[in-house]
Ligand binder design. Sequence first.
Ligand SMILES: Nc1nc2c(ncn2[C@@H]2O[C@H](COP(=O)(O)OP(=O)(O)OP(=O)(O)O)[C@@H](O)[C@H]2O)c(=O)[nH]1
Ligand SMILES: [Mg+2]
Length: 535
Amino acid sequence: MAVDQSDALISNELEREVARRRTFAIISHPDAGKTTLTEKLLLYAGAIELAGAVRGRKARRHATSDWMALEQERGISITAAALEFELDGRRMALLDTPGHKDFSEDTYRALIAADSVVMVIDAANGVEEQTRKLFEVCRRHRLPILTFINKLDRPARDPLELLDDLERTLGIAAAPVNWPVGSADAFRGVYDIDRRHLLLYEREAQGQFRAPVDIAALDDPAALALIGDTVYAHFIESLEVIRAAGTAYDVTEYRAGRQTPVFFGSALTNFGLEPFLRAIVELAPPPQPRLSDLGLVSPTDERFTGFVFKIQANMDPRHRDRVAFVRVCSGRFTKDMALVNSRIGRPIRASRAYRFFGRERETVSDAYAGDIVGLVNPGQFAIGDTLHTGAPVRFSGVPRFPAEHFGRARLQDTRYKQFDEGLRQLEEEGLMQLFYVDGGRREPIVAVVGALQLDVITSRLRTEYGVDAQIETASFTAARWVAEPAIRIPPLGGGAVVARDRLDRRAILFASEWEVQYFERQHPEVALLAESTTS
Ligand SMILES: Nc1nc2c(ncn2[C@@H]2O[C@H](COP(=O)(O)OP(=O)(O)OP(=O)(O)O)[C@@H](O)[C@H]2O)c(=O)[nH]1
Ligand SMILES: [Mg+2]
C-alpha cells in the first residue's frame, strides 16, 4: 500500500513537471533576427538584465546565444544554442539555431529536440529559401509553428501581402493574432485583433525598453494623435480586410501544424515582444510523445529516456570539456543515475549533468521530459545515441547529411598532438568527417556539408586548440563507405581514391556524383553505403 502511494506521488509530480515544460526552436533564413529575438525574449522573461547585440563594437555585450568567438567576430550564428529559463511558472527551453545553409545540419538536429517552433520572417523579404526548407522539416515532424514577422521598423512589405506569401509559399494557413500599425519610421505598434486593444510603442536608444501605451478603443483620440492620419487610415483599411476575410486563430489547427498564428513586431526596437512572449507561454505545446523502436514513448512514462542531439566541445574555456546535449523524452533524470547508452549497452553514471544558458552552465540535480540536459562524459556519446533506464529502447531520426565539400587539413606548426585531438573532437561534434587516404601522406581529409564549415574548423583549431592549420580544397564531392570489410576494391578511375575513416573503415572518395553512379554500375558486387554504419 505504502509503495502504491509513493508511486502515485511520483507520477503526479512527473505529470506536473512535464505539463509546465515548453521546449521550442527558433528558425529562419539567415539574418531575419533569430538571435536578436532570442536575446529580447530572454530580456522580457527576466532571464537577463541587459540585452546584448549580434553585431557591436568590441566593448559591447554580445547576444547570449552567439557565444562562440567566430560567431561574435562574424555577427552570425554558427551553432545552435540552448537556453533554459523560468517564466510564469513554466520552464522554457529555447534553441536558437543558425540560419545559414552551411550550418543547417545543426539546425535540423535542434528541430528534432523541440516540441514546437518559432519561425522568424523578415518583413522586407517575406518567406526566404532557407525558411522554406526548414519549414518542410517542421511539417514532416508535425511541429506547431508560431510566426514572428520582424523588422517592421524598417521598410516592409504590406502585411496582407506577407500573410498571403506565408500561405502560398508554405501552404499553411496564417492566422494573424495582432496587426501592425504602420511600418518603417511610421511603425507605431500592434493591434491585438481578438482582445481588441492597441499597444503603441516609442523607440528607445540602445535597445532599452519602455512599456507600451495600452489603449482600449481604436477611435480613442489619443490613439489617433499618436498614430497620425495617413497611417491610421491605411491601418483601419487593412484591419477591416483581415477581420472580414482573415483566418481566425484555432488552437487545434495550430497544434496540428496546419495553421500558424502570426505576430508582428521589431526585435531590435522592442515592438510587439510582450504579446509574442505571452503567446509562446500560452500556446506552445508541452512535451510530446516520441517515436521509438518500441512505439510511442509518452513523456510521462516513468522511466527515463532521452537522446543526444548535439555535442559541443570547449564551450567553457576554463573546463575544456565536451558536452553531450540530451533531450529528455520521458520520465525523470537524476544526477548520478545509472543510464544505458543503447549503442554501447553498458551503464554510465551521469555524474556531471548541467543545464545551459548559452555558454553558462549550472549543475542540475534532476530534470524531466522536455528538458535539455548537458552531460559531460568524454568519448561516451555520439550524436543520435539513445540513453535510458530500464529495458532497451532506441529513438531514431537524428539526421546526418552527406558531405559535399572536402579539404586537406595541413598543420602549419608542430603541434601534432593538439591537431589530432582537435580534429577528433570536432568530428565527434558532427562538424565534419575525417578520412585518411590509403598510402598517402598523413594529411587528413575533412568532409563537410557546407563550405563555410571549413572556415569554422580552422578558426576553432586556432582558438580552442592553439593549432595553426590550413585547409586546402580537395576535388572530392562525395564519400561512400564500403559495406564489406574484406571485399577487394577494384582499381579506381577518374579522381576517386580509397580512404579510411577514424575507425579504420574503408571508404571511397569520389570526384562527382556521376563517378559514384558509374562505379556502382560497373561494380555491383561492391556494396557502397552513403553513411558509415554506426559502430
Ligand atoms: N532594423 C532591424 N534590424 C534587426 C531587427 N532584428 C534584427 N536586426 C538586425 O539584423 C541582423 C541579423 O540579426 P540576427 O539576430 O543575427 O539574425 P539571425 O537570424 O540570428 O542570423 P543568423 O543566426 O546568422 O542566421 C543584425 O544586424 C540585427 O541587428 C529588427 O527588428 N529591426
Ligand atoms: Mg543567429
